[in-house]
Design a binder for this molecule. Sequence first.
Ligand SMILES: Cc1cc2nc3c(=O)[nH]c(=O)nc-3n(C[C@H](O)[C@H](O)[C@H](O)COP(=O)(O)O)c2cc1C
Length: 173
Amino acid sequence: MTATENVAAGLQVATFTDAMSRLVSGLAVVTTRQATGQPCGLLVSSICSYSVHPPSVLVVVDHASRCRDSLTHSAEFGVHLLGRAEERTARTFASRGADKFADVGWEWDGAVPRLCEAPIYLRCNTTVVFDHGDHTILIGEVAYTAAVSEAEPLVFYRRLFDWRLGRNGVRQP
Ligand SMILES: Cc1cc2nc3c(=O)[nH]c(=O)nc-3n(C[C@H](O)[C@H](O)[C@H](O)COP(=O)(O)O)c2cc1C
């Protein structure tokens, strides 16, 4: 049995997800405009700085996401790196709520819905889209970065939001 077949059989999934839960992640809300003109967005932890030349980010979106088609067809998307104060926003955008934008402050930045409270905002031009397995990988070149505001990051670790790392690895209050 190959490694892929092993995972497909579910034999290593729990071990894999448990291992990856030990990877400290930042959290971001990725937004774009739907064909209907309405905003859409989802919470992601699968995001990283991809390159500096050109400045680019890489985002991974599940095929099950309702935003996926809008993201793959839009010329632009927004990335909002969340601070500790945005845990509620994180939970909202991780949900499948009917209107995730109803209780957050936001505005249009051209064709990109911008969340006003996020401490870090990047507007990206979609440059690469490809599928692998049940996810889509997007690479976006950063067209605009708002001035970075100081805020402690929202950290996802061991399946918990708002993990504050201490030197000894113990969760801090
Ligand atoms: C901590 C956390 C991290 C997540 N990271 C991702 C991710 O990287 N990519 C993804 O597609 N979904 C991710 N999700 C799941 C989506 O946020 C979730 O499925 C959401 O409901 C999708 O919304 P939509 O269907 O309106 O697009 C994550 C959820 C949580 C709680």
